[in-house]
Design a protein around this ligand. Sequence first.
Ligand code: ADP
Ligand code: MG
Length: 250
Amino acid sequence: MWDAKGPCGGTIGGGRTSHAKLRRAAEAGSVIVVSEQTAVELRSVSKTFGPVRALVGVSATFRPGRVSIVFGPNGSGKSTLLAVVGTLARPTSGTVSHGSLGRSRADVRKTLGWVGHDSLCYPDLSGRENIELVARLHGLDPAAAFTRARDRFGLEAFAERAVRTYSRGQRQRIALARALVHDPKMLLLDEPTAGLDTASTDRLVDAVNEEASAGRVVVVVTHDTAFADRIAGDRIELDRGRVVQATHAA
Ligand code: ADP
Ligand code: MG
């Protein structure tokens, strides 16, 4: 559910005490609690960079099992919102709760898959080596991780070449494959269709829907309305750091 006031009309604050209160209220039958433990929840989040107000009083709930799409013009705060959700930026004020994804930033980051503006790949390593490296960092079998990624994202034509020789679309494909190596519980994608051709966009749509169906929290920042139209999910629109519209899928 997207609700600028939060799922309970803004009457219930973050933190352990209010969760206990909420649970007692639920047991008494006065409220209904839905996926309360696993949703990522922002309450009145603001983020300033010097004089720039990148986010202003943003409240939103990102639920597991559905895709949340974030729209808005350049500079409206989309990437900042993603960074706050992914614990890569601390809010200047307000609260962020990651529910069962983890209490500490380190715990949350372990469960995070991220595709940002930069691919975060090592340019001198091949696509295969980049994927194997991430697998090793997560204590996974590198060869098995690569085979799985190659088959899911069709990487065979370029996986053995250095990433610096890739087209933007190829880099995006490796970045997505790399972000999913460790089966993250939360997947954050910033403008993921940039540079993708039709077949790669189709794969991306499938991957995004599959990750949501598997119960992940999936947040996608995009300008691409044709792509967004192919994904059922919640929508949030930002303008100058504020939520101007929020809808949730039936
Ligand atoms: P979007 O992704 O919607 O284009 P951003 O979240 O990147 O927008 O940026 C929101 C606003 O915050 C912009 O005015 C941007 O210039 C500013 N901003 C973002 N990151 C920083 C930063 N690290 N330092 C200073 N200003 C920043
Ligand atoms: Mg951005």
